[in-house]
Design a protein around this ligand. Structure first.
Ligand code: NDP
Length: 286
């Protein structure tokens, strides 16, 4: 029987990293400061610590400078905002990333708003959100942009296709829907209040699932030949008692699709690749 193409996010991320690396060296050769990313971590959340280390390592891999600011959990909002002012002003810093979650006494929105939009490589600043929604450039958020790259790796021309985005969060669902709209898709945004989600899914040429509900997208939700991008990552206990990662899509059931991203190895690896690409973009325009 026909098998869906498994879209290899690790391979695509590697090829984007190679391109980023070449762009870094081209900038340096042209006399530009070496592109640099600053990562700010407040507190000692172990998961955040792992993410930050991955991001710093990734910078090394593509020849980018990186600086880490590790602040104690007791850091005040004023102290954090003062640090952001300093890195906003530094000509060696092209990208600024504040690792979330922040401790409860700090207002996340105020912190994101304080980042220079031109250095906001997460793409969460309202200026960048506005740029995306008005189709006027800006820095695009990493995970949604990674979804688009994966989609375009199997179908470069998505104009006119019907897309269903499941999830309406500010960090994934909404921005991915804006990007698909900009590319000419007809987009439906579904969420927990949506009626007849399976019926809507069956009409879609493209499904982007970003809910965090393990394997919610079943085989009979997916029309023959559709392209399925699975953003969800949930850790569940497998039959053997060991933890495993599952996506929002019942991967084995959707093999009649044209292509589907696996979990892990699909959207996940793309996020850091897009972060590095955004930092080079920021350096180019800065
Ligand atoms: P949120 O929890 O912020 O949003 C989940 C969305 O799914 C909400 O809009 C919610 O609807 C919707 N939803 C929940 N239940 C249902 C349902 N039964 N039917 C339809 N829609 C539903 O999550 P995020 O957007 O932050 O992340 C989504 C998933 O993507 C998570 O698994 C996360 O781990 C993963 N992720 C992966 C990344 C990566 O690969 N690097 C990066 C970011 C996220 P409502 O708004 O009505 O509540």
């Amino acid at each position: 029987p026909h098998m869906a193409e498994t879209i290899d996010g690790r391979a695509l991320a590697r090829s984007i990293d190679e391109q980023t690396k070449a762009e870094v060296e081209a900038l340096v050769a042209a006399g530009h400061n070496r592109p640099g990313l600053t990562v700010i971590l407040v507190g000692d959340d172990p998961a955040s610590d792992v993410y930050v280390r991955h991001k710093v390592k990734a910078c090394d891999r593509v020849g980018m400078r990186s600086t880490e600011h590790r602040l104690p959990a007791s850091t005040t909002q004023e102290e954090l905002l003062a640090l952001i002012d300093r890195v906003n002003a530094s000509e060696h810093v092209h990208g600024i990333l504040v690792q979330v979650p922040l401790p409860g006494h700090i207002d996340e929105r105020a912190v994101i708003d304080a980042i220079d939009p031109a250095k906001d490589v997460d793409g969460f600043h309202p200026v960048n959100v506005g740029r995306l929604s008005t189709g006027t450039g800006g820095i695009w958020p990493c995970t949604p942009h990674g979804c688009i790259k994966l989609l375009q790796s199997v179908e470069p021309d998505v104009e006119g296709l019907d897309a269903l985005v499941i999830g309406r969060s500010n960090i994934v669902g909404k921005p991915v829907a804006m990007m698909l709209t900009a590319l000419g898709c007809t987009v439906t945004i579904a969420h927990s209040k949506t009626r007849d989600l399976p019926g809507k899914a069956r009409q879609a040429d493209i499904i982007v699932a970003a809910t965090g509900i393990p394997e919610m997208v079943k085989g009979d939700w997916v029309k023959e030949g559709a392209i399925v991008i699975d953003v969800g990552i949930t850790r569940i206990e497998g039959k053997d008692g060991k933890d495993r990662l599952v996506g929002d899509v019942a991967f084995e059931e959707v093999q009649h699709a044209r292509a589907v991203t696996p979990v892990p190895g699909g959207v996940g690896p793309m996020t850091i690749a897009m972060l590095l690409a955004n930092t080079v973009q920021a350096a180019l325009s800065g």
